[in-house]
Write a new protein. Structure first.
Length: 299
């Protein structure tokens, strides 16, 4: 029978102590990361042809005000350390380098880390002008489901928008976790993007009619789409030109519920009671907030 020496006993005690210490540290690390139970978000910001200096603070207040999320912001998206991704449950994109939408890609290692982050079960949410980001990165364009189009021969935009106005949002999938319980609603005056490229695999949750009298396309345009990447989830919302339309009940609900879904696969945030159902007095008032106006055109 093997007899342990004093040195063996001492070494066993040291190793046991080390293992216990490592285990305690690991438990404490997990507890500290999840102690508040909040979904951890990173907002991409710092560049946008829209007013990111007002829309990013609006987003932070929206998310943190719900009590469901904690928010960090990076204004250095091009130089981000890919190790940062793993700290978060989801990334929300309020970033684009438009009009320079080509030649702005990340290093290959960062692109891979970003896609791996989502595929591992995390979330990505973007809205409005963020659909113009990384337009020459095919995997990203496919990931977001709905992307800005330019004519490669001429460099001119295929996608665009007409005059800002209030428009009706039609919920076409009433069973998806993000839109379940939502009825068709009136959205406050906003830019209505048209002729964006809908990619294979994108699932449309909501549409709107782009009226030619407002210099639109004359067709139904996707407004909210979702995609999946491995175990992860993505939501792309075409609305949200500035804080005024972002303050609309529908936009706020879509962003909150969509971000919770992207991060966790579930939705617990309720649809607001003050929903601007089409035809309601509230919906009619939204049409009167301001007359339609021309936006600064994308060139």
């Amino acid at each position: 029978m093997f007899k342990m020496t004093k040195e063996d006993i001492l070494m066993k005690r040291i190793l046991t102590g080390l293992l216990v210490g490592i285990t305690i540290c690991a438990i404490q690390s997990v507890m500290s990361a999840d102690a508040d139970g909040k979904i951890k978000l990173l907002i991409f910001s710092g560049a946008n042809n829209h007013s990111w200096k007002t829309t990013t603070p609006f987003l932070k207040d929206l998310y943190e005000g719900s009590g469901k999320f904690s928010v960090d912001i990076t204004d250095d998206v091009p130089g981000i350390n890919p190790e940062e991704f793993r700290k978060y449950d989801a990334i929300v994109c309020n970033y684009t380098s438009y009009p320079k939408i080509e030649g702005q890609r990340w290093p290959a290692a960062t692109e891979k880390a970003f896609l791996d982050f989502i595929a591992a079960g995390k979330g990505f949410v973007l809205f409005h002008a963020a659909s113009t980001a990384w337009n020459d990165w095919p995997e990203f364009c496919h990931l977001i489901g709905l992307s800005w189009q330019k004519d490669k021969a001429t460099g001119k935009n295929i996608s665009g928008h007409g005059a800002q106005h209030s428009f009706a949002i039609n919920i076409v999938d009433k069973n998806h976790p993000v839109t379940q319980g939502m009825r068709d609603f009136q959205h406050i005056k906003d830019e209505l993007y048209h002729r964006q490229l809908l990619h294979p695999g994108a699932h449309v949750l909501a549409t709107t009619f782009s009226d030619k009298t407002m210099n639109g396309s004359g067709t139904n345009e996707p407004m909210v789409v979702v995609t999946e990447c491995g175990k992860g989830r993505v939501m792309n919302c075409a609305m949200g030109h500035d804080p005024k339309p972002m303050a609309g009940t529908g936009f706020r609900a879509l962003m909150l519920r969509g971000t919770e879904w992207a991060a966790t696969g579930k939705v617990t945030i309720p649809v607001p009671d003050d929903w601007p159902v089409l035809g309601s007095a509230q919906a009619e008032e939204l049409k009167k907030v301001e007359p339609p106006r021309e936006s600064k055109k994308h060139k």
